[in-house]
Write a protein that binds this ligand. Structure first.
Ligand code: AMP
Ligand code: TRP
Length: 324
Protein backbone atom coordinates (compact mmCIF):
# COMPACT_ATOMS: atom_id res chain seq x y z
CA UNK A 1 0.00 0.00 0.00
CA UNK A 2 1.12 3.55 -0.59
CA UNK A 3 1.04 6.13 2.19
CA UNK A 4 1.30 9.91 1.82
CA UNK A 5 1.29 12.63 4.47
CA UNK A 6 2.77 16.04 5.02
CA UNK A 7 3.46 18.78 7.52
CA UNK A 8 3.91 22.48 6.88
CA UNK A 9 7.28 24.08 7.56
CA UNK A 10 6.00 26.59 10.06
CA UNK A 11 7.07 26.65 13.70
CA UNK A 12 8.37 23.62 15.54
CA UNK A 13 6.67 20.24 15.83
CA UNK A 14 4.48 19.88 18.91
CA UNK A 15 3.26 16.73 20.62
CA UNK A 16 -0.07 17.07 18.75
CA UNK A 17 1.78 16.77 15.44
CA UNK A 18 3.72 13.86 16.87
CA UNK A 19 0.80 11.73 18.02
CA UNK A 20 -1.63 12.92 15.31
CA UNK A 21 0.73 12.31 12.43
CA UNK A 22 4.32 11.20 13.02
CA UNK A 23 3.65 8.38 15.50
CA UNK A 24 1.41 6.76 12.88
CA UNK A 25 4.05 7.30 10.21
CA UNK A 26 6.69 5.48 12.24
CA UNK A 27 4.54 2.36 12.35
CA UNK A 28 3.42 2.57 8.74
CA UNK A 29 6.95 2.92 7.33
CA UNK A 30 7.81 -0.53 8.68
CA UNK A 31 5.32 -2.21 6.34
CA UNK A 32 4.43 0.14 3.49
CA UNK A 33 5.85 2.44 0.83
CA UNK A 34 5.61 5.87 2.44
CA UNK A 35 6.08 9.42 1.20
CA UNK A 36 6.48 12.15 3.82
CA UNK A 37 6.43 15.65 2.49
CA UNK A 38 7.44 19.06 3.80
CA UNK A 39 4.67 21.14 2.27
CA UNK A 40 6.36 24.49 1.69
CA UNK A 41 3.79 25.63 -0.90
CA UNK A 42 1.05 25.30 1.70
CA UNK A 43 3.04 27.29 4.25
CA UNK A 44 3.25 30.38 1.99
CA UNK A 45 -0.54 30.83 2.02
CA UNK A 46 -0.18 32.74 5.29
CA UNK A 47 2.38 35.46 6.14
CA UNK A 48 5.95 34.08 6.32
CA UNK A 49 9.53 35.31 6.07
CA UNK A 50 11.19 34.41 2.73
CA UNK A 51 14.62 35.26 4.18
CA UNK A 52 14.67 32.38 6.65
CA UNK A 53 12.29 30.05 4.80
CA UNK A 54 15.00 27.63 3.62
CA UNK A 55 16.26 27.41 7.19
CA UNK A 56 12.76 26.58 8.46
CA UNK A 57 12.42 23.85 5.82
CA UNK A 58 15.82 22.42 6.82
CA UNK A 59 14.75 22.41 10.48
CA UNK A 60 11.59 20.50 9.59
CA UNK A 61 13.61 17.85 7.72
CA UNK A 62 15.86 17.52 10.78
CA UNK A 63 12.80 17.05 12.99
CA UNK A 64 11.38 14.32 10.71
CA UNK A 65 14.69 12.45 10.85
CA UNK A 66 15.12 12.99 14.60
CA UNK A 67 11.67 11.47 15.21
CA UNK A 68 12.78 8.33 13.41
CA UNK A 69 11.46 8.73 9.88
CA UNK A 70 13.94 6.55 8.04
CA UNK A 71 15.14 7.73 4.61
CA UNK A 72 16.18 4.15 3.74
CA UNK A 73 12.55 3.11 4.05
CA UNK A 74 10.53 6.24 3.29
CA UNK A 75 10.71 9.02 0.74
CA UNK A 76 11.25 12.33 2.52
CA UNK A 77 11.00 15.39 0.28
CA UNK A 78 10.06 19.03 -0.14
CA UNK A 79 6.85 19.71 -2.08
CA UNK A 80 8.15 22.55 -4.26
CA UNK A 81 11.07 20.43 -5.55
CA UNK A 82 8.50 18.38 -7.48
CA UNK A 83 6.80 20.75 -9.92
CA UNK A 84 4.04 18.27 -10.73
CA UNK A 85 2.25 19.29 -7.50
CA UNK A 86 1.50 22.74 -8.87
CA UNK A 87 0.55 21.45 -12.30
CA UNK A 88 -1.95 18.95 -10.92
CA UNK A 89 -3.34 21.63 -8.59
CA UNK A 90 -4.25 23.78 -11.58
CA UNK A 91 -5.90 20.91 -13.39
CA UNK A 92 -7.89 19.87 -10.32
CA UNK A 93 -8.92 23.52 -9.89
CA UNK A 94 -11.06 23.13 -12.98
CA UNK A 95 -13.24 20.41 -11.43
CA UNK A 96 -13.44 21.75 -7.84
CA UNK A 97 -16.74 23.32 -6.78
CA UNK A 98 -16.25 26.71 -5.07
CA UNK A 99 -18.96 25.71 -2.59
CA UNK A 100 -16.85 22.82 -1.29
CA UNK A 101 -13.90 25.14 -0.67
CA UNK A 102 -15.97 27.76 1.12
CA UNK A 103 -17.24 25.10 3.55
CA UNK A 104 -13.73 24.20 4.75
CA UNK A 105 -13.41 24.78 8.50
CA UNK A 106 -9.69 25.49 8.30
CA UNK A 107 -10.25 28.16 5.63
CA UNK A 108 -12.91 29.82 7.78
CA UNK A 109 -10.64 29.80 10.84
CA UNK A 110 -7.54 31.02 9.03
CA UNK A 111 -9.36 33.74 7.13
CA UNK A 112 -10.63 35.05 10.46
CA UNK A 113 -7.11 34.93 11.91
CA UNK A 114 -5.43 36.64 8.92
CA UNK A 115 -8.27 39.03 8.09
CA UNK A 116 -6.31 41.57 6.04
CA UNK A 117 -4.64 39.20 3.62
CA UNK A 118 -6.92 36.34 2.67
CA UNK A 119 -5.45 35.31 -0.67
CA UNK A 120 -6.86 32.91 -3.23
CA UNK A 121 -4.02 30.59 -2.18
CA UNK A 122 -5.59 30.12 1.23
CA UNK A 123 -8.94 29.37 -0.42
CA UNK A 124 -7.37 26.88 -2.85
CA UNK A 125 -5.15 25.28 -0.22
CA UNK A 126 -7.25 22.06 -0.09
CA UNK A 127 -6.85 21.55 -3.85
CA UNK A 128 -3.06 21.62 -3.50
CA UNK A 129 -3.42 19.07 -0.71
CA UNK A 130 -5.62 16.87 -2.92
CA UNK A 131 -2.97 17.13 -5.66
CA UNK A 132 -0.27 16.02 -3.17
CA UNK A 133 -2.26 12.95 -2.31
CA UNK A 134 -3.59 11.95 -5.74
CA UNK A 135 -0.27 12.48 -7.55
CA UNK A 136 1.17 9.43 -5.78
CA UNK A 137 -1.84 7.11 -6.19
CA UNK A 138 -2.07 7.12 -2.41
CA UNK A 139 -4.04 4.44 -0.56
CA UNK A 140 -3.85 5.87 2.97
CA UNK A 141 -3.43 9.37 4.41
CA UNK A 142 -2.44 9.33 8.10
CA UNK A 143 -3.28 12.71 9.68
CA UNK A 144 -4.90 14.30 12.72
CA UNK A 145 -8.63 15.00 12.95
CA UNK A 146 -8.30 18.62 11.74
CA UNK A 147 -7.35 17.33 8.27
CA UNK A 148 -10.31 15.01 7.84
CA UNK A 149 -12.34 17.45 5.78
CA UNK A 150 -9.40 18.07 3.44
CA UNK A 151 -8.90 14.34 2.86
CA UNK A 152 -12.63 14.06 2.13
CA UNK A 153 -12.20 16.66 -0.61
CA UNK A 154 -9.30 14.70 -2.09
CA UNK A 155 -11.61 11.67 -2.25
CA UNK A 156 -14.38 13.71 -3.86
CA UNK A 157 -12.01 15.11 -6.49
CA UNK A 158 -10.55 11.67 -7.29
CA UNK A 159 -14.04 10.32 -7.88
CA UNK A 160 -15.15 13.36 -9.88
CA UNK A 161 -12.05 13.19 -12.10
CA UNK A 162 -12.44 9.44 -12.68
CA UNK A 163 -16.09 9.92 -13.62
CA UNK A 164 -15.39 12.75 -16.01
CA UNK A 165 -12.17 11.61 -17.70
CA UNK A 166 -11.99 7.88 -17.01
CA UNK A 167 -10.37 5.92 -14.16
CA UNK A 168 -7.09 7.65 -13.31
CA UNK A 169 -6.75 8.16 -9.56
CA UNK A 170 -6.92 5.81 -6.61
CA UNK A 171 -9.45 7.03 -4.04
CA UNK A 172 -7.45 7.51 -0.81
CA UNK A 173 -8.60 6.50 2.68
CA UNK A 174 -8.25 8.67 5.75
CA UNK A 175 -6.37 7.20 8.73
CA UNK A 176 -6.83 8.78 12.16
CA UNK A 177 -5.02 7.55 15.26
CA UNK A 178 -7.33 5.66 17.67
CA UNK A 179 -6.17 7.92 20.49
CA UNK A 180 -4.73 11.42 20.12
CA UNK A 181 -6.36 12.50 16.84
CA UNK A 182 -6.90 15.87 18.53
CA UNK A 183 -4.54 16.86 21.34
CA UNK A 184 -5.86 19.91 23.15
CA UNK A 185 -4.13 23.09 24.27
CA UNK A 186 -2.38 22.94 27.65
CA UNK A 187 -3.78 26.37 28.47
CA UNK A 188 -7.32 25.80 27.24
CA UNK A 189 -8.44 22.18 26.91
CA UNK A 190 -11.42 23.22 24.79
CA UNK A 191 -9.08 24.41 22.01
CA UNK A 192 -6.79 22.35 19.81
CA UNK A 193 -3.04 22.47 20.48
CA UNK A 194 -1.92 24.63 17.57
CA UNK A 195 1.37 26.04 16.28
CA UNK A 196 -0.33 29.36 15.73
CA UNK A 197 -0.73 29.66 19.53
CA UNK A 198 2.76 28.75 20.82
CA UNK A 199 1.63 29.00 24.47
CA UNK A 200 -0.80 26.13 23.88
CA UNK A 201 1.96 23.78 22.75
CA UNK A 202 4.50 21.38 24.16
CA UNK A 203 7.21 21.24 21.50
CA UNK A 204 9.29 18.14 20.82
CA UNK A 205 12.45 20.19 21.32
CA UNK A 206 11.42 21.70 24.67
CA UNK A 207 14.11 21.21 27.33
CA UNK A 208 13.20 19.33 30.56
CA UNK A 209 12.74 22.52 32.61
CA UNK A 210 10.34 23.90 29.97
CA UNK A 211 8.39 20.61 29.88
CA UNK A 212 8.08 20.74 33.68
CA UNK A 213 6.90 24.34 33.66
CA UNK A 214 4.33 23.76 30.90
CA UNK A 215 2.85 20.57 32.37
CA UNK A 216 2.78 21.78 35.97
CA UNK A 217 0.91 24.95 34.90
CA UNK A 218 -1.43 23.14 32.47
CA UNK A 219 -5.07 24.09 33.06
CA UNK A 220 -7.06 21.36 34.83
CA UNK A 221 -10.65 20.96 35.99
CA UNK A 222 -12.71 21.37 39.18
CA UNK A 223 -12.62 18.43 41.59
CA UNK A 224 -9.83 16.05 42.53
CA UNK A 225 -10.59 12.77 40.86
CA UNK A 226 -8.41 11.54 38.02
CA UNK A 227 -10.86 10.15 35.49
CA UNK A 228 -11.19 10.32 31.71
CA UNK A 229 -14.36 12.29 31.08
CA UNK A 230 -14.27 14.70 28.12
CA UNK A 231 -17.34 16.65 29.23
CA UNK A 232 -16.62 17.15 32.92
CA UNK A 233 -12.82 16.89 32.84
CA UNK A 234 -11.42 18.06 29.48
CA UNK A 235 -8.08 19.13 31.02
CA UNK A 236 -7.40 15.90 32.91
CA UNK A 237 -8.66 13.83 29.95
CA UNK A 238 -6.13 15.59 27.71
CA UNK A 239 -3.30 14.92 30.17
CA UNK A 240 -4.34 11.26 30.49
CA UNK A 241 -4.39 10.95 26.70
CA UNK A 242 -0.89 12.40 26.42
CA UNK A 243 0.30 10.20 29.29
CA UNK A 244 -1.15 7.08 27.71
CA UNK A 245 0.33 7.83 24.27
CA UNK A 246 3.85 8.43 25.56
CA UNK A 247 3.89 5.63 28.15
CA UNK A 248 1.98 3.03 26.07
CA UNK A 249 -0.20 2.44 29.17
CA UNK A 250 -3.97 2.22 28.66
CA UNK A 251 -6.00 5.08 30.15
CA UNK A 252 -7.97 2.59 32.31
CA UNK A 253 -4.73 1.46 33.94
CA UNK A 254 -3.68 5.06 34.59
CA UNK A 255 -7.05 5.81 36.22
CA UNK A 256 -6.49 2.85 38.54
CA UNK A 257 -2.89 3.76 39.33
CA UNK A 258 -3.79 7.36 40.16
CA UNK A 259 -6.93 6.54 42.15
CA UNK A 260 -6.98 8.64 45.33
CA UNK A 261 -3.93 10.67 44.24
CA UNK A 262 -4.12 14.33 43.23
CA UNK A 263 -3.66 16.24 39.98
CA UNK A 264 -0.21 17.33 41.07
CA UNK A 265 1.03 13.76 41.30
CA UNK A 266 -0.35 12.94 37.86
CA UNK A 267 1.41 15.99 36.44
CA UNK A 268 4.72 15.20 38.12
CA UNK A 269 4.65 11.68 36.82
CA UNK A 270 3.70 12.88 33.33
CA UNK A 271 6.67 15.28 33.34
CA UNK A 272 8.96 12.28 33.95
CA UNK A 273 7.39 10.29 31.11
CA UNK A 274 7.67 13.18 28.66
CA UNK A 275 11.23 14.16 29.59
CA UNK A 276 12.28 10.55 29.09
CA UNK A 277 10.37 9.95 25.84
CA UNK A 278 11.44 13.18 24.16
CA UNK A 279 15.09 12.98 25.19
CA UNK A 280 16.19 10.75 22.26
CA UNK A 281 14.47 13.07 19.76
CA UNK A 282 16.15 16.11 21.30
CA UNK A 283 19.55 14.41 21.23
CA UNK A 284 19.22 13.15 17.65
CA UNK A 285 18.07 16.57 16.51
CA UNK A 286 21.15 18.26 17.93
CA UNK A 287 23.38 15.78 16.10
CA UNK A 288 21.54 16.19 12.80
CA UNK A 289 21.68 19.99 12.94
CA UNK A 290 25.43 19.64 12.36
CA UNK A 291 24.97 17.31 9.36
CA UNK A 292 23.62 19.80 6.86
CA UNK A 293 25.05 18.10 3.76
CA UNK A 294 23.55 14.75 4.73
CA UNK A 295 20.09 16.23 5.38
CA UNK A 296 20.16 18.10 2.07
CA UNK A 297 21.13 14.88 0.29
CA UNK A 298 18.16 13.07 1.87
CA UNK A 299 15.86 15.78 0.49
CA UNK A 300 17.45 15.73 -2.99
CA UNK A 301 17.24 11.94 -3.26
CA UNK A 302 13.69 12.00 -1.88
CA UNK A 303 12.56 14.50 -4.51
CA UNK A 304 14.12 12.42 -7.30
CA UNK A 305 12.27 9.29 -6.21
CA UNK A 306 8.99 11.16 -5.68
CA UNK A 307 9.23 12.78 -9.11
CA UNK A 308 9.38 9.44 -10.91
CA UNK A 309 5.96 8.51 -9.47
CA UNK A 310 4.56 12.03 -9.96
CA UNK A 311 5.62 12.15 -13.62
CA UNK A 312 4.00 8.85 -14.40
CA UNK A 313 0.66 10.03 -12.95
CA UNK A 314 0.89 13.35 -14.80
CA UNK A 315 1.50 11.67 -18.16
CA UNK A 316 -1.76 9.81 -17.71
CA UNK A 317 -3.64 12.85 -16.41
CA UNK A 318 -2.58 15.00 -19.39
CA UNK A 319 -3.59 12.27 -21.80
CA UNK A 320 -7.00 11.82 -20.18
CA UNK A 321 -7.64 15.57 -20.21
CA UNK A 322 -6.71 15.95 -23.85
CA UNK A 323 -3.60 17.96 -23.12
CA UNK A 324 -1.16 16.02 -25.31
P1 AMP B 1 0.22 21.13 10.64
O1 AMP B 1 1.07 21.52 11.77
O2 AMP B 1 -1.05 21.88 10.54
O3 AMP B 1 0.97 21.06 9.33
O4 AMP B 1 -0.24 19.63 10.96
C1 AMP B 1 0.57 18.51 10.75
C2 AMP B 1 -0.11 17.24 11.19
O5 AMP B 1 -0.34 17.25 12.60
C3 AMP B 1 -1.49 17.00 10.55
O6 AMP B 1 -1.65 15.63 10.29
C4 AMP B 1 -2.45 17.45 11.62
O7 AMP B 1 -3.70 16.81 11.53
C5 AMP B 1 -1.71 17.01 12.89
N1 AMP B 1 -2.08 17.84 14.05
C6 AMP B 1 -1.95 19.19 14.19
N2 AMP B 1 -2.40 19.61 15.39
C7 AMP B 1 -2.83 18.48 16.05
C8 AMP B 1 -3.39 18.25 17.35
N3 AMP B 1 -3.60 19.23 18.20
N4 AMP B 1 -3.71 16.97 17.67
C9 AMP B 1 -3.49 15.94 16.82
N5 AMP B 1 -2.96 16.10 15.58
C10 AMP B 1 -2.63 17.34 15.19
N1 TRP C 1 -2.72 20.50 5.24
C1 TRP C 1 -1.97 19.62 6.08
C2 TRP C 1 -1.84 20.27 7.49
O1 TRP C 1 -1.88 21.43 7.63
C3 TRP C 1 -0.60 19.33 5.55
C4 TRP C 1 -0.68 18.60 4.24
C5 TRP C 1 -0.47 19.13 3.00
C6 TRP C 1 -0.99 17.23 4.05
N2 TRP C 1 -0.61 18.17 2.04
C7 TRP C 1 -0.93 17.01 2.65
C8 TRP C 1 -1.31 16.20 4.92
C9 TRP C 1 -1.22 15.75 2.10
C10 TRP C 1 -1.62 14.94 4.36
C11 TRP C 1 -1.56 14.73 2.97
O2 TRP C 1 -1.66 19.56 8.43
Amino acid sequence: MRIFSGIQPTGKLHIGNYVGAIKQWLELQLKHKCLFCIVDLHAITIPYDPKNFQEVIFQKAVEYLACGINPEKSIIFVQSYVKEHTELTWLLNTITPMGDLSRMTQFKEKSKQFKKIVGAGLFNYPILMAADILLYQTDIVPVGKDQQQHVELARTLARAFNRKFGKTFRVPELMLPKLGAKIMSLQNPKQKMSKSIPRSCLFLVDEPNVIREKIMTAVTDPGKEIVYDLKRKPGISNLLTIYSLFSEMPIKKLEEDFKGRGYKELKKSLVKVLVQSLEPIRRKRKELLKREVYVQEVLNQGAKKAQVIAQSTMTEVRKKMGLV
